[in-house]
Design a protein around this ligand. Structure first.
Ligand SMILES: NC(=O)c1ccc[n+]([C@@H]2O[C@H](COP(=O)([O-])OP(=O)(O)OC[C@H]3O[C@@H](n4cnc5c(N)ncnc54)[C@H](O)[C@@H]3O)[C@@H](O)[C@H]2O)c1
Length: 270
């Protein structure tokens, strides 16, 4: 159902690979709420995924950009403003990748070239995106910038590996850049800490099925779906949340504030 919460707003959405991607759902929901946006992803995503299908469905253009390349990001800012006909009101950073995870390297046995690459893609890219927007004065007053995080930034989940460190950095960048963007032109910057979600990036983490089920049993509301995450993103892009900034917002069905649930406890009382 549309309330036109984003009518007249222009956005840039990073990270829609296929229909399971959280960014895919965000794009569909933003479209439904009246927004216009550019879709962007790394060149390889064109071959690996189905982003063009989403572009057609939402009447959007795709601009390829490697989120680790400052040049690509600056080009993205300029082109997006040209295509959309003005400054940007919202940006979604929905990007994550760890080479150590992909190659099965244990946290205590990292290949540091892999670590640096994963950090650049998953975390520093968020700073690069905002710096490109800042330099090109691309954000409209009262705009909103969001990135997606995971609770492993604060609590240990052993198999999340170096992505935990990347997410900690990502959340810190949201606070630090959020200060400057707030002062500059009332732009807010937040991260959403989402439940485990079955997507290409999510399922790549060792033991994912186990902690997906565990989180489902711990969370009073169950795991938050990607579609619900997208709806939460819409509220944070809308004018209904203009004073929320520099926050890490848990969207996890209550997981982060639950010690134990009856369902989990039952397994230890047998
Ligand atoms: N799936 C989960 O369980 C879960 C939970 C919490 C947070 N998140 C976060 O949500 C975000 C989206 O992940 P997802 O689960 O939808 O998976 P996904 O695999 O669908 O999305 C990850 C995206 O990152 C893109 N990407 C990778 N390298 C890139 C680069 N160099 N430049 C530009 N884009 C690049 C990929 O092409 C892909 O579109 C990530 O930040 C992820 O860490 C996921």
């Amino acid at each position: 159902m549309s309330n036109n919460l984003l009518k007249g707003k222009r956005g840039i959405i990073f990270g829609a690979l296929d229909s399971k991607s959280i960014a895919w759902k965000v794009a569909e929901n933003c479209k439904e709420q009246g927004a216009e946006f550019v879709l962007t992803n790394a060149p390889i995503a064109l071959r690996m995924g189905t982003i063009n299908e989403l572009a057609e469905k939402t009447g959007s253009q795709v601009i390829l950009a490697d989120a680790t390349s400052v040049e690509d990001l600056e080009n993205l800012m300029t082109k997006s403003m040209e295509i959309l006909g003005g400054k940007i009101d919202f940006i979604l950073h929905s990007i994550g990748m760890s080479v150590n995870v992909r190659k099965g390297r244990h946290y205590t046995n990292q290949n540091y070239d892999f670590t640096v690459k994963g950090f650049d893609v998953s975390a520093m890219s968020f700073h690069k995106v905002m710096q490109a927007a800042w330099k090109h004065d691309a954000m409209n007053d009262y705009g909103s910038i969001l990135a997606l995080s995971y609770i492993a930034a604060q609590r240990t989940f052993p198999d999340y590996n170096d992505m935990a460190d990347n997410k900690s950095f990502l959340e810190s960048v949201a606070r630090s850049f959020g200060y400057h963007f707030g002062k500059k032109n009332n732009v807010r910057v937040n991260t959403i800490s989402q439940s485990p979600t079955i997507t290409t990036a999510g399922s790549g983490v060792k033991g994912f099925d186990g902690f997906f089920k565990y989180a489902e049993k711990i969370s009073p509301l169950g795991n938050a779906s990607s579609d619900d995450c997208a709806k939460y993103c819409v509220t944070l892009f809308s004018d209904l949340s203009r004073s929320v900034t520099m926050q890490n917002l848990f969207h996890d069905g209550g997981f982060s504030n639950t010690g134990v649930s009856e369902e989990v406890l039952e397994n230890f009382l047998k």
